[in-house]
Design a protein around this ligand. Structure first.
Ligand code: ZN
Length: 76
């Protein structure tokens, strides 16, 4: 058992991970937790409308995490 120093979480993650910096999937504004994954109810409604029209699809592989820890990403 090697004595590895407690490595920082960010050091192990690929730099491309952008889940923590939540942005509205429609307009890119900072996401409000109550409207996640949107910045506002307006965008949520707009997105929902797009769903009904069938011209907009989103694959949600990423679960709406509440906390900063996401184990699933590293368990590939
Ligand atoms: Zn928005």
């Amino acid at each position: 058992m090697t004595a590895d120093p407690p490595s920082d979480d960010s050091a192990q993650r690929p730099a491309a991970v952008r889940v923590t910096s939540a942005k509205c999937v429609r307009c890119g504004e900072p996401v409000q937790p109550r409207n996640r994954p949107f910045c506002s109810q307006r965008c949520a409604d707009a997105d929902l409308g797009s769903w009904f029209t069938g011209r907009y699809r989103v694959e949600t592989n990423e679960a709406p995490t509440v906390g900063p820890d996401q184990d699933e990403d590293e368990n590939s």
